[in-house]
Design a protein around this ligand. Structure first.
Ligand code: FIX
Ligand code: ZN
Length: 423
């Protein structure tokens, strides 16, 4: 055995260092590899017009929704900056995130000089910037959210598939919400692509079933998707007498089986509660963990990556993960990605799952956000893990730095890959 950690000071040092330095695989983002061109967002104006900040701004401004949306990107950023950063103190998580990002990129946040920040970005080239962000955030790989139902993205896949897969830091996932929730319109898209599906989905219709599976398998292969994914509303039930439930049973999980990849379920989002807010208009609702229980039980050969949006669902979900090895809990999603909640949820997961979970994903939409999302998450994860290791140390058990680094590597990186590969 190499060095045994004898005292608590050293223990703290080892844990902080391991969490701070271990390269991360970020298993769910909305980022795009450079080959996707302008689908990939970066820069201070995109940071400031992130939908998390738009939601906060629209509570504190007299500007109408229409007037806000009529602004160009820079105008929106100016408005957010004035409303949230100048007229008030920017201590909310999303505001602080912008400042952490600019600061770690080397800008002086004390100056409050937005035009200087824009000038700094003008001096960057995108390709160098990608390298810089990955290196500062110590992210080794991200998984994109790839949507064949988005006409612009679909066109890119059909035209330049090879180059989209060239950057080995960007992996893919096949996102299928439109197919699950809008069969009527999306089945038309499938037909236009040459898949002979009916205008209504019925599991008894063998051709529609097989053609839908063929579509999913073709696109899963084309994209080399690591998993299939969808989000689900709070009232999601399974099994149920619904198109959604039938599609899951007869097509989606079958396709996952043929591709030998997991299905990622993001549960608890009620979309467009306030449509005037665009992407910022969704809310959270408590969902039924029983639906996850039944899908895991009915499909023991399939693997499920699951995150739930409601704080109230976290404990039940963790308990469920103790019952099913085909269930991998991941991330503190969206409204949960706040230090106080990440701390609570990560502690619960450590106490009940040991090292068998994936503590966090970034959900970054703007490349630069990788910096703050991982900076903030790592600090909390380090705090929680330190408390766990300290309590372990108090029993008389002694660890080596190597053992702690191994655990952290599993949490931040390897658990995902092991699960994707199926053990
Ligand atoms: O469904 C999702 O993947 C969500 O993460 C997004 O829709 C959401 O807008 C988001 O960016 C949350 O962080
Ligand atoms: Zn997302």
């Amino acid at each position: 055995m190499s060095e045994v950690i004898a005292d608590k000071e050293r223990l703290k040092q080892v844990v902080s260092r391991a969490v701070d330095q271990t390269p991360v695989t970020d298993i769910h983002t909305h980022l795009y590899a450079p080959a996707f061109g302008d689908l990939g967002l970066w820069g201070v104006d995109h940071l400031l017009s992130y939908h998390y900040l738009i939601a906060e701004t629209m509570r504190q401004t007299s500007l109408s929704y229409e007037d806000f949306w009529s602004l160009d990107r820079r105008g929106m950023a100016d408005h957010v900056w004035k409303t949230l950063f100048i007229d008030r103190s920017p201590y909310s998580e999303a505001c602080r995130g912008v400042l952490t990002t600019l600061g770690r990129l080397g800008m002086d946040v004390a100056s409050r000089d937005l035009s200087a920040y824009r000038k700094w970005y003008d001096g960057q080239t995108y390709l160098d910037f990608v390298d810089r962000v990955f290196s500062i955030a110590k992210v080794k790989a991200v998984v994109m959210t790839n949507d064949p139902f988005d006409p612009k993205e679909r066109e890119l896949w059909l035209r330049k598939e090879e180059s989209l897969l060239q950057d080995r830091r960007f992996y893919t996932s096949l996102r299928i919400d439109p197919l699950l929730y809008d069969w009527e319109n999306q089945s038309r898209v499938l037909r236009e692509m040459g898949y002979e599906v009916g205008a209504a989905f019925s599991p008894e219709d063998r051709r529609t079933r097989e053609e839908t599976i063929r579509f999913l398998v073709d696109w899963g292969r084309r994209m080399k998707a690591l998993y299939l994914a969808a989000s689900f509303p709070p009232d999601f039930d399974y099994p149920a007498d619904s198109t959604l439930s039938a599609l899951l049973d007869h097509c989606v999980l079958e396709a996952c089986g043929r591709l030998n990849i997991p299905f990622a379920m993001m549960i608890g989002v009620k979309r467009r509660v306030n449509p005037s807010l665009g992407l910022a208009g969704d809310r959270v609702g408590r969902a039924k963990v029983e639906a996850v229980e039944r899908i895991c039980a009915r499909h023991p050969q399939r693997r499920f990556l699951v995150t739930m949006l409601a704080r109230e669902n976290q404990h039940e979900l963790i308990v469920l993960a103790r019952k099913f090895r085909n269930l991998m809990v991941f991330g503190c999603w969206w409204f949960l990605n706040n230090p106080s909640l990440v701390e609570e949820i990560t502690a619960m997961r450590c106490e009940m799952l040991g090292t068998a979970f994936i503590p966090q994903h970034s959900d970054a939409r703007v490349l630069d956000q990788l910096i703050y999302k991982w900076d903030h998450s790592r600090r909390v994860i380090a705090r929680v893990l330190h408390a766990q290791y300290e309590a372990l140390h108090d029993t008389g058990w002694r660890m080596t730095p190597h053992e702690i680094e191994r655990d952290v590597r599993n949490l931040l990186d390897q658990n995902f890959w092991t699960f994707v590969k199926g053990g």
